[in-house]
Design a protein around this ligand. Structure first.
Ligand code: ACO
Length: 322
């Protein structure tokens, strides 16, 4: 009997504090008009002191379990994607396990920048299919406000904080086409210097700030994500017409629009949160997925394509029948 990873529930958490472009423009040499025109971003959420990656990830996980009608006892693994962990170790994943009260099982973090959730989902899917876990929380939780360089207006206006999560349940794959149909992961390490953090926990006094060559990232994102869309369709013998929803990484409205056009999807079939959340890195795809599941747009049986690209460069896709 083949095993499938069923996406049983989704959840999200956004920090209480909302910062509009106008508010940002009081301290950064920028304007609402510039940010909106180039990116589509109108506002973002910034975490307060208590809204750590662990806290937000735990809240998102609780919401995903509730949505799935699952209990903490059903969780035997937590895989958490983040580039902004609260500590070098223990992993944010095991901190979330402790906060939730998960007894036993295993947990670890995945570092793949903005593609982190797709990477974590792929790892979780592989473990479920291999029979290593039956109930997996896959979380993206990020506090980018703590690694932004406020002197660099080209990057500090682009990001926000938040967490999104899904609960995957091992299901019987025979006689159903529900669940994760495929995941595809890619990396090109030679492009590591077009988007990176210039420090690390190990470098005393230099926790690091995000550095980005926006034009280069934009150029690669459009090409690589278009390839990823084709790859996912071809691997499943599907055509563009089979896709009901695109849930893309939320970095820039122009990149999102380009992917929607590539799939021939009407704009209302592309889930967009970048206007309100900005780029929340590994949290952006699960936050967008959660929003569209909660408001009833995405329904059981719908075919959903997830895709993301981030610093590395790393990128990938996941195709899911809800
Ligand atoms: N406000 C006002 N002006 C600004 C700002 C700002 N916030 N930022 C830059 N500018 C100015 C620049 O100084 C420049 O001025 P100049 O022409 O006088 O020199 C001008 O605006 C154009 O700057 P560019 O950086 O060339 O602007 P561009 O059109 O490339 O847009 C952007 C920048 C929005 C960042 C775009 O390149 C982009 O979206 N890139 C992709 C980002 C992305 O997808 N990231 C995803 C991965 S993120 C991750 O993995 C962590």
């Amino acid at each position: 009997m083949p095993i499938r990873s069923i996406l049983a529930g989704a959840g999200g958490y956004l920090p209480e504090r909302i910062v509009t472009n106008d508010e940002l423009a009081r301290t950064v040499d920028t304007s609402d008009e510039w940010i909106r025109e180039r990116t589509g971003i109108k506002q973002r959420h910034f975490a307060g002191p208590h809204e750590t990656a662990t806290f937000m990830g735990t809240e998102a996980a609780r919401a995903a379990l509730a949505h799935a009608g699952a209990e903490v006892a059903d969780v035997d693994a937590v895989i958490l994607a983040t580039s902004t962990p609260d500590q070098a170790f223990p992993s944010t994943a095991v901190r979330v396990m402790a906060a939730l009260g998960v007894k036993g099982g295993f947990g670890f973090d995945v570092a793949a920048a903005c593609a982190g959730f797709i990477y974590a989902l792929s790892v979780a899917d592989g473990m479920i299919r291999a029979g290593q876990a039956k109930g997996v929380l896959v979380i993206g939780s990020e506090v980018y406000s703590r690694i932004l360089n406020w002197e660099d207006r080209g990057t500090c206006v682009l990001f926000g904080d938040g967490a999104g999560a899904v609960f995957l349940r091992a299901g019987d794959g025979s006689g159903t086409d529900r669940g994760i149909l495929s995941t595809h992961l890619h990396a090109q390490g030679t492009l590591g210097d077009i988007l990176y953090v210039d420090g690390a926990v190990g470098q005393r006094g230099k926790p690091g700030h995000l550095v980005m060559n926006g034009r280069e990232v934009f150029r690669h994102a459009v090409t690589r994500l278009a390839e990823a869309v084709d790859e996912a369709l071809n691997a499943n013998n599907l055509t563009r017409a089979d896709i009901d929803w695109l849930v893309p990484h939320q970095a820039n409205q122009r990149i999102i629009d380009g992917m929607g056009r590539k799939l021939g999807l009407a704009a209302e079939r592309v889930v967009v949160t970048v206007d309100r959340h900005a780029n929340t890195s590994a949290a952006s795809v699960p936050l967008a997925l959660n929003e569209a599941c909660q408001d009833g747009r995405i329904k059981p049986g719908d075919m959903v394509l997830l895709e993301a690209l981030g610093g590395g460069l790393v990128w990938g896709s996941a195709l899911v029948r809800m």
